[in-house]
Ligand binder design. Structure first.
Ligand code: NAD
Length: 272
C-alpha cells in the first residue's frame, strides 16, 4: 500500500472497548477523518473532534441502524469473543452481525471488515494446511457464529454488492502465550497492516483471509487473498524458547491436536 492512503470520511469500529478495539482505536486514526467507536461496554470519552463514542448493543436492531448511519466502511470487531452457551452467543454475534449488514444495506455502506476467527476451522487437525476454500469445521458455538457471519458476508455481497474481507484471526495478543500460538500468532502491527489492505484493496468481493503473522510454524495458506497485498512482517519465532519452556501438555490434549485448541473441548453448556 502507499504510505499515506486517502482517509475515509467516517469509519465505524465495533468492539472498540475490547482488546483489539483499544489497539485499533489508536492505530486506525490515519485512515479516517472521524472514527466512530462503539461497544456495549463503557469506553473513554472522545479525545478529539476526530472521534465519536457511541454505546450500542449489537442485539438492538434499531440502535445498530442508527449507529451505521453516515459511515463509509465498518470494522466489525464487537461481539462475544470466547466460547459460551448458544443463547449468550446468539444476540451479539448472530443477530448482531445480521443487524450490522442490514444497516449497511439500508445506509449504502459498501465495505465491511469482519473479525472472523480461526475457530471457524478449529476442528481441523494441526497437521493440515488450510486455504480459504477448505471445509469449515467450527469448533464451538462461537466458531459457528463466525461461520454464520462469513455466510452473511457472502450473501450480502452476492445479493447487494456489499464487499467484505472476513479475517480469520488467529491469536492477536502482544506475544504468543503457548506452543499452539507459534502457528496462530498475529502481531498488532500485522493486524493493522491487514486492516489497511482490507480497507483499500479494490474489488475484494467476499474475501476470506487468515489473520496471521509470518510465523515459521504454518497451518494457513493465504493464496486466495493475494489481491489484498497483505505481507506480514512479524514472526512468533523469537518467542519459541519462552513458550516451549512452559509445562508440556499431554499428547491427547486438544491444544496439541486441533487448530482451534482448547475451544474444541468446551461445553456442553446444558448439563448431561
Ligand atoms: N484477539 C484474538 O486473538 C481474536 C481471535 C479470533 C477472533 N477475534 C475476534 O476479534 C474481535 C475482537 O476480539 P478481542 O480479542 O478484542 O475481544 P474482546 O472480547 O476483548 O472484545 C470484544 C468487544 O465486543 C463487545 N461486545 C460484546 N457483546 C456485545 C454486544 N452485544 N454489543 C456490542 N458490543 C459487544 C465487548 O464488550 C468487547 O469490548 C472479536 O469479534 C473476536 O471474536 C479475536
Amino acid at each position: 500500500m502507499s504510505s499515506s492512503p486517502t482517509p475515509f470520511n467516517r469509519l465505524l469500529l465495533t468492539g472498540a472497548a475490547g482488546g483489539l478495539g483499544k489497539v485499533l482505536r489508536e492505530r486506525l486514526k490515519p485512515y479516517a477523518r472521524i472514527l466512530r467507536l462503539s461497544d456495549i461496554a463503557e469506553m473513554p470519552a472522545a479525545t478529539s473532534e476526530h472521534e465519536e463514542v457511541v454505546r450500542c448493543d449489537l442485539a438492538d436492531k434499531q440502535a445498530v441502524d442508527q449507529l451505521v448511519e453516515g459511515v463509509d466502511a465498518i470494522l466489525h470487531f464487537g461481539g462475544v469473543s470466547t466460547e459460551h452457551s448458544f443463547e449468550t452467543i446468539l444476540g451479539a454475534n448472530i443477530c448482531g452481525t445480521f443487524h450490522l449488514y442490514e444497516a449497511a444495506r439500508r445506509h449504502g455502506v459498501k465495505r465491511v471488515i469482519f473479525a472472523s476467527s480461526n475457530h471457524v476451522i478449529g476442528f481441523h487437525q494441526q497437521t493440515e494446511t488450510l486455504d480459504a476454500h477448505c471445509l469449515r469445521r467450527p469448533d464451538s458455538y462461537y466458531g459457528l457464529s463466525k461461520s454464520y457471519g462469513e455466510d452473511l458476508a457472502s450473501f450480502y455481497f452476492d445479493r447487494y454488492g456489499i464487499e467484505t474481507v472476513s479475517v480469520r484471526i488467529g491469536s492477536s495478543f502482544p506475544e504468543p502465550q503457548n506452543v499452539r500460538m507459534l502457528a496462530t500468532w498475529f502481531s498488532y502491527d500485522d493486524l493493522v497492516q491487514l486492516m489497511e489492505c482490507s480497507l483499500y484493496a479494490s474489488d475484494v468481493g467476499h474475501t476470506v483471509v487468515y489473520g496471521v503473522s509470518d510465523n515459521k510454524a504454518k497451518w494457513w495458506d493465504n493464496r486466495y487473498a493475494a489481491h489484498l497485498g497483505y505481507a506480514p512482517k512479524d514472526s512468533s519465532e523469537p518467542f519459541r524458547e519462552k513458550v516451549e519452556a512452559l509445562p508440556p501438555l499431554p499428547a491427547d490434549d486438544p491444544q496439541r491436536i486441533y487448530q482451534g485448541g482448547a475451544f474444541a473441548a468446551m461445553g456442553p453448556f446444558e448439563g448431561k
